[in-house]
Design a protein around this ligand. Structure first.
Ligand SMILES: Nc1ncnc2c1ncn2[C@@H]1O[C@H](COP(=O)(O)OP(=O)(O)OP(=O)(O)O)[C@@H](O)[C@H]1O
Length: 552
């Protein structure tokens, strides 16, 4: 798949905008009609002027009427062309971004060291915007100028083969002056893209490290780094702009030369009425100008191709987990037991993170898992959550009445409601309490949310929560204390009434009182939820029915 899209990524993206094909074709038709109206206007205008200058004659009313109709048509068609290409552009933007975020959602949990949010953001923003204009406008423009050019050459043939050949030679010259710069243009285009992605990567790093930057007094260095990378974009962008301007001037010279050649070929032809010569020149000029632009566009497609490749790679990110092929209905009313049998897991290119591990947890049991740093405790939690697939071994769930099912046979939606994870740094998003709770369960009512918060030991009372579930908690949950945040994330998980709850170092950074409040909340789940608590803290492990040591 990746090999074939590498070959022609611009074509590879076309199926992802299937809903817009007819709109794109219609834009091309409107573009052709608009260009035709322009050519017609140039021809009529030149004819009327030539008649007045060369013959001191006034054109018949029909010519004036035709000119006025052409002006009105131009105005209407230009507006319509812009209108439809803008609305298609927005829809293409949305279609590509949705496909891209789908890909990110599938593939990003695997997080390889080379992956960076800044690069992904640059792809989702810059690359998609560049492509949106290309598909919504440029493709139609290219198709339109190609159709008109072929028609124009055909129309000139009856006037004389040499006139048509002059026009064709102009086209060849346009390509000839553009081709030598192809590679350099591609190199500069790629450099611009890389430089922009580097700014995006740095911006994401700086934003996520704001506290460290302030804490270590690194503001001048951060500003200098950002300025340096921005200057790098500016410098390479200026080189590219100068290079493109040079190419554009060369093509304008070709257009001028072609117009002169057509003029000479036409005037040397006996029987051609001189009053039509200016019209022929104007027609040639208006026909050739968009072709020159089209040649420039086609030969400068490398950055678009590179953008399309990045977007396609994002869209086609391999899923970190396979689709459930033969889903099994399994929805016990009570807590879920779990049997981990000989499970092994290694991250891409790494050493084994979890070595041959077996563990049994009975329905309703509260088991504590400890072990040295790097033993694979978090990895096990993520395997239990089906974020990754074990390299070998099995994970089986069991109901209280003894029925069992392979983890990978459970349909995704019911699995996500039954098994849930709260980590030490579970994300809390910008927005209200309710917004955050709706991430877990979009159908949760205010009462459900208040109940879950109560059960997690964080009742919304007092001045702090005057707006109740509408209280804003700020980006990354910045207005919550560590203890509140842990209970808030626990409440979000409890909203789902999970049958297996995995807590990964949830109490790690809490003081004794906050830890107690959270453990009390967990102990109230006894009988309805199986709990696996991963922790280094003796006090947290002491609250478990049983302990298991990993990596010894
Ligand atoms: N995304 C990843 N890519 C590559 N290697 C990873 C990744 N995540 C963890 N590892 C490696 O896998 C091993 C197990 O990590 P894991 O986080 O599961 O250990 P842990 O027992 O939870 O450690 P700690 O107690 O320090 O949290 C470690 O050697 C770690 O470096």
């Amino acid at each position: 798949m990746i090999a074939s899209i590498r070959h022609n990524p611009l074509l590879g993206l076309v199926p992802h905008m299937a809903g817009e094909w007819s709109g794109m074709a219609w834009t091309a038709v409107v573009g052709i009609l608009n260009n035709l109206a322009l050519i017609f206007l140039a021809v009529v205008g030149s004819y009327v002027v030539a008649l007045a200058v060369l013959r001191q004659d006034v054109a018949a009313p029909g010519w004036w009427a035709a000119g006025i109709v052409a002006v009105i048509l131009r105005a209407v068609l230009t507006w319509h062309e812009m209108d439809i290409s803008h609305s298609i552009a927005y829809r293409i933007l949305a279609a590509l971004r949705m496909a891209l975020f789908d890909g990110f959602a599938r593939g990003v949990p695997a997080r390889r060291p080379g992956q960076h949010t800044g690069k992904l953001a640059a792809t989702a923003m810059g690359d998609v915007e560049k492509l949106e204009f290309f598909y919504a406008h440029t493709v139609a423009q290219l198709a339109g100028s190609a159709v008109l050019f072929v028609a124009g050459v055909g129309l000139l043939v009856p006037l004389g083969l040499d006139v048509a050949v002059a026009l064709l030679s102009g086209f060849v010259a346009l390509i000839a002056v553009t081709l030598p710069g192809l590679r350099r243009g591609a190199e500069l285009g790629a450099q611009v893209q890389d430089a922009k992605a580097a700014v995006s990567v740095l911006a994401v790093d700086l934003l996520s490290g704001t506290r460290e930057i302030l804490g270590f007094g690194l503001i001048p260095q951060a500003q200098a780094q950002l300025a340096e990378r921005s200057r790098a974009v500016d410098s390479v962008q200026r080189k590219l702009s100068a290079f493109l301007a040079l190419g554009s001037s060369a093509r304008e010279l070709c257009v001028l030369g072609t117009v002169v050649a057509v003029f000479l070929a036409a005037v040397s032809k006996p029987g051609v009425d001189p009053v039509w010569i200016p019209a022929l020149v104007a027609g040639t000029l208006t026909l050739l100008a968009p072709v020159a632009e089209g040649v420039a566009t086609v030969t400068q497609l490398q950055p678009h191709r590179a953008s399309a490749l990045r977007v396609l790679e994002g869209i086609s990110l391999a899923a970190t987990v396979p689709e459930v092929e033969a889903p099994v209905a399994f929805n016990p009313s009570g807590p879920l037991g779990v049997d981990v049998r000989d499970v092994e897991f290694t991250y891409d290119g790494g050493t084994p993170a979890l070595r041959r591990t077996s563990l049994s947890v009975a329905p309703g049991e509260h088991v504590g898992i400890s072990g040295p740093s790097g033993a694979g405790k978090t990895t096990l939690a993520r395997l239990l959550l089906r974020l990754w697939v074990p390299d070998s071994g099995t994970i089986t769930f069991a109901s209280g009445d003894g029925r069992t099912v392979d983890s990978w046979a459970l349909p995704e939606p019911s699995f996500r409601r039954m098994v849930t994870l709260v980590e030490q740094d579970s994300p809390v998003f910008h927005g209200s309490v309710l917004d955050n709770m709706h991430l877990a369960d979009p159908a949760a009512t205010e009462e459900d949310v208040l109940d879950a918060l109560d059960r997690a030991g964080l009742p919304l009372g007092g001045k702090r929560w005057t707006s109740g579930v509408d209280t804003l908690i700020g980006e990354q949950g910045m207005s919550l204390s560590g203890g509140e945040r842990a209970r808030f994330c626990l409440a979000r998980a409890l909203l789902l009434k999970p049958k297996l709850l995995v807590l990964d170092e949830t109490t790690a950074s809490l003081d004794a009182a906050s830890e107690r409040a959270l453990l009390d909340a967990v102990s109230r789940l006894a009988g309805e939820t199986t709990v696996i608590t991963i922790s280094h803290r003796e006090s947290t492990l002491a609250a478990c029915d049983r302990r298991v040591q990993l990596g010894v």
